[in-house]
Design a binder for this molecule. Structure first.
Ligand code: AMP
Length: 121
């Protein structure tokens, strides 16, 4: 699947659509999900144009891969849900059709602030 420049997260990255920003650095942008499923529901996205985790794993540079993983930890710390600052959380990414992915720009959901519950329905 080729990258769709008009997906909503691409627009957020270009500042064409607003977001409730949590954190930003050279590699990631993080913001609150518009339709939170838990007390805390954040999204962490790479700044590079990657459709999903498979695309990212195959094509991202080592710096981008490290940057995304470190970014997830930084955001979790900031939100008070990491093991250093809180009681833990769930990081989840949906991939393509069977994964239920709606927005075709790689994103990790961070759920926390309460027990997240059953892993899969
Ligand atoms: P997924 O099904 O994994 O692709 O998740 C897409 C997520 O993006 C959903 O949880 C949506 O609520 C969220 N979302 C869609 N549009 C926006 C937006 N403009 N700002 C923040 N979150 C959004």
């Amino acid at each position: 699947m080729s990258y769709d420049e008009n997906n909503i997260f691409a627009k957020i990255l270009r500042d064409e659509v607003p977001c409730k920003k949590i954190y930003e650095d050279d590699f990631v942008l993080s913001f609150h999900d518009i339709n939170p499923q838990k007390k805390i529901h954040a999204l962490v996205i790479p700044k590079g144009k990657y459709v999903d985790l498979d695309d990212f794993s195959l094509n991202a540079s080592t710096d981008e891969i490290v940057g995304l993983l470190k970014g997830i930890n930084t955001v979790a710390k900031k939100l008070g849900i990491s093991i250093e600052t809180g009681k833990g959380y769930r990081a989840l990414t949906n991939i393509s059709e069977h994964g239920g992915q709606e927005v075709p720009h790689l994103h990790f959901h961070l759920f926390g602030g309460e027990r997240v519950g059953k892993m899969v329905e």
